[in-house]
Design a protein around this ligand. Structure first.
Ligand code: DQA
Length: 143
């Protein structure tokens, strides 16, 4: 089975210590462990970067994957490059936000990435990644 790519963008490597009251106390390693436990039959690829071009590369590498779960961090709100990279890849794609971006600052309410994905999850904390992976698998008739 093709792998599910879970991609985290700018500043998400600091999860666990970065504004825990907003983003929770779990680290990316914790989230990875949780997904591997929740979906034992799934092959995962995990990637995190603070460099936009590297993230574009990660998206291209997922072109033949079972799907992409992506939390772009602040790139969500202004990266047309990430939008275009996602738009060019024809696999199930879900945008995830740990926090409820619609209940925070005005500028977080706009995602330039959303038009290039199938679904958006926001405000469910780390569980949002599970929901997104479940969707990706279902979109391929898997789960
Ligand atoms: C975030 C929300 C973004 O607005 C923010 O810049 C992040 C994290 C989230 O997961 O809630 O870095 O994507």
């Amino acid at each position: 089975m093709a792998s599910v790519h879970v991609l985290n963008g700018v500043n998400l490597g600091a999860l666990g210590t970065r504004r825990p009251e907003v983003y929770g106390t779990l680290t990316l390693d914790d989230i990875e462990r949780d997904l591997r436990e929740a979906f034992p039959g799934v092959e995962f690829r995990f990637g995190q970067t603070d460099f936009e071009g590297e993230m574009v590369g990660f998206v291209r590498e997922a072109a033949a994957s079972a799907g992409i779960v992506v939390n772009p961090g602040a790139w969500t709100h202004y990266s047309y490059a990430l939008h275009d990279a996602l738009e060019a890849v024809d696999v199930p794609k879900v945008e995830v936000h740990l926090s409820n971006v619609h209940g925070r600052e005005e500028w977080r309410r706009r995602s330039v990435v959303s038009p290039a994905v199938d679904a958006v999850v926001a405000g469910m904390g780390a569980y949002g990644y599970r929901a997104a992976v479940g969707y990706v698998l279902g979109a391929r008739g898997g789960a």
